[in-house]
Write a protein that binds this ligand. Structure first.
Ligand code: SF4
Ligand code: SF4
Length: 321
């Protein structure tokens, strides 16, 4: 394993007869096989490419893992090249997706700093760190569409606040990854389960719910942006936005033994991460409670708790329908 971290790689271990270095001090390697000039040494990341983006180093590490598996004769799935995402469409840039300014890192006063060599930056408080993380655009982590399962009902086209799903005159369609903001509203509504999310798919969340409830008890489903928990003693499953809560998740939690399921939701006037997210959450909870009533179970086993304080500071605006 070659570890490439920070701005320079420590290649002092490369002795004579080991992997060769080029004139820039990077490992000479074959990009197709992620192989260095030594037959049993593979490399990835900045130690072969020079400085670049972390995401490229991560992708390169995955390719190296596949190359190593193949070298060892272990079956490894091919990594498909991801489809290009493209630029955020102009109509979304101009008003629909709000810019989220960077938070200023707290730092020691300059008069103090010149006195010593102590750390200058003081670090974020948890709330600030979470807000910074929430500025992530979630590029490419949104909706994944299956034409095979799609029944062309156009529900996704109707419910998406960002106009990302499309359909042609024959009812065949897709989702524009550049426009998709990963709110998850479409996948909770698709009657054919033809949509899932690239990151935190419904299947993954269901598995997490079951795992968290292995010992019984209560469950809180909330969003992962700064907020106070509504049921601090309950096990928690956190999502980028509670717009992603599906009826299936709520019912599965009860099936898995939850004594009570709390769903924390923004108040109606809160400019949440995804503007219409709270409406979607309310609808999912109402539907799950109605399903409980239908089978003569107590609907209060699922409770929607409105979080009054403004908790999501990014606030992705969306056009009014
Ligand atoms: S909601 Fe689902 S089934 Fe309906 S058009 Fe969209 S992807 Fe197809
Ligand atoms: S509803 Fe949300 S997740 Fe679905 S396509 Fe639109 S932006 Fe993407």
């Amino acid at each position: 394993m070659i570890i490439a971290i920070g701005q320079m790689s420590d290649l002092s271990f490369v002795d004579d007869g080991g992997p060769r270095l080029d004139e820039r001090g990077l490992l000479v390697f074959d990009a197709d096989r992620q192989a260095t000039t030594s037959p049993d040494v593979f490399a990835s990341g900045e130690v072969v490419t020079g400085p670049g983006a972390a995401v490229n180093a991560i992708a390169s590490g995955k390719r190296a893992a596949v190359a190593i598996a193949r070298y060892l004769g272990v079956a490894a799935a091919e990594l498909p090249d991801p489809d290009p995402i493209g630029e955020l469409p102009k109509r979304l840039r101009e008003g629909y997706v709000k810019p989220a300014p960077r938070r200023r890192m707290p730092a020691r006063d300059s008069k103090e700093r010149i006195e010593d060599f102590q750390e200058v930056e003081l670090g974020f408080a948890e709330v600030d760190a979470r807000c910074e993380a929430s500025r992530c655009l979630l590029c490419g982590s949104g909706a994944r569409y299956s034409q095979l399962k799609c029944v062309s009902c156009l529900t996704c086209v109707r419910v998406c606040p960002y106009g990302a799903p499309w359909a042609d005159k024959d009812g065949l369609g897709g989702i524009d990854p550049a426009a998709c903001q990963a709110c998850g509203i479409c996948y909770t509504q698709c009657p054919a389960k033809a949509i899932d999310l690239e990151v935190r798919s419904e299947e993954q969340v269901l598995a997490e719910i079951e795992e968290k409830l292995a010992g019984g008890g209560e469950l809180e489903i909330g969003c992962w942006y700064p907020q106070s928990r509504v049921a601090p003693d309950a096990a928690a499953v956190l999502l980028p936005c509670t717009a992603r809560v599906s009826v299936l998740m709520l019912l599965r939690a009860l099936e898995a033994g939850a004594e009570k399921v709390y769903v924390a939701v923004c108040s109606d006037d809160d400019d949440g991460h995804f503007k219409h997210g709270h409406r979607q959450t309310q609808a999912a909870v109402a539907e799950a409670r109605a399903a409980l009533e239908d089978i003569e179970m107590d609907p209060d086993a699922i409770e929607l708790v409105v979080v009054g304080e403004k908790k999501c500071l990014q606030g992705k605006g969306a056009p009014e329908k």
